[in-house]
Design a binder for this molecule. Sequence first.
Ligand code: ZN
Length: 556
Amino acid sequence: MLRRLTIALLLTAATLTAQTPPPSRPDLVVVISIDQFPYYYITRFQPYFGADGFNRVLQHGANFTHSLYPYSTTYTGPGHAAIGTGYVPARSGIVANNWYDRSTDTVEYCVLDTRAKGGFSPLNLASDSLGDRLQEHFDQSKVYGISLKDRAAILMAGRKANAAYWFDPKLPGFVSSAYYRSDNTLTGSFNATVPAFASTHTAWEPSPWIPTADLERITHDPASLRKFKTDQKGLGVTFPHPIKDAEAVTYTPYGNQLVLQFAEKLIDAEHLGTDDGNPDLVFISLSSPDYLGHAYGPDSLEAADTVVRTDRDLENFFHDLDAKFGNRWTLAITADHGVQSIPEVAKDMGREGGRVDFRNPKKTAKALTFADLTPQRKALEKKIAMKLGVRVSDATPVEKGFIIYFDEPAFYLNWTRIRELKLDGERVKRAARDAAIEVDGVSAAFTNSELSAPHPEASGLEAAVRLSFRADRSGDVLLTLKPGYIWNYSEPPNGTTHGQPVEADQHVPLMLWGSGIRAGSFDDAVAPTFLAKTLGHLLGVDAGGAETRVLPCVAP
Ligand SMILES: [Zn+2]
């Protein structure tokens, strides 16, 4: 009797399962990239997260604890291209946010497209994206990118996207370019609400989510070091931060709400996620954590408050999607890069840190000389000249120097001068490389000739730099900095940045939840570049670089 009952129960369970199979292919995939969000934010602030933001994924989804970008140029452009396409910068072509174009003597911005009205497109993106593959396979699938930043929205969405939208602070509101099939009615109606949003967010004060007693322990923000924070957009460097206009809003965590509210409107307006067999894909980048993270640093009270506020904003967004799509949607969360501590704060905590200042001199009416260079750039020029037996002094015109331009992470050499002096170009590159390695804080330097020669066994820093190298864009001598060191861009020095092949910049969250995702904590060595192939597998299309693989949370 008992046995028969057991069988009956089993049959009932099997029948129920057959009647309501969990859909393995979602109708909507939402990829959220939090700009400047190191993995240690998750572990540091998890005790203060709400029930259903990051904790939804940590407790009921797949969390990859060892997801690191394998390449050296950990900036916004390369990161978002890697998320959307599954290719490293050497293959996506987005080797940095900017590079110097020798043929035109101008700085090229990674998503600049002078042919597109609105100025921006994925013209420079060399790799196919997950969205491209999805739209090739499903003729009704739609793909969108949304961000405060043009490069984040554009590079994740890919070349065939229906539209990418980003925020123009001058408007203020979301815009697109003529490259896309954008919806002016949508942007028009949303942008009409932006002034009201700004006028109800006139100050940023700490949220109640982290008890004051804990703040001291999990931040490092002494008053004596606040002079190393950046006072930007009139926000000041301490709580409460006055917010004077819509642009200033985007430099606070409230900027996340603008982006997520716009995403909700777009999902409704474009009827995304309908049960029509054509899955849709939305990429969302939250840029405000990056804007304010550069100014206040990851150890600040502001960063702490931003992380827990972002968690609550995501929770609200998830609930909105649950209400619309039930179990028919899948979520991925990652970041385009992490961040390093403000060097002066790092040193105060007993860590090594510093700034390397190779800034280009500001162009003025009078002719510039070596005396106008930063001390480190001047010392470098003199050291290169010495190695080559060329005489220079403080009075030497900058245009007679060996470096024509520095755009992190590379020097572009002054080939006019090298020809004038009848020097061997390879010898000059090696001299610049060797002079740079001697600078305090520089961990490695490579000439583009070294990187152009195949070296399959390359490891460590060289392997990372090779994954970010493309001969026509990357410069003549490429540099990396030691952990704790950053490029300096301001006088007096303030703020912090990212962009190095160091753990703080490379190690980011990689989390998936929802339809088709097996829950668990995975310590496999993986990378955010694996996301395109993984989501492709879930959606039934092949995407991502050959060196990437499907993450084990969806693999059969
Ligand atoms: Zn940044």
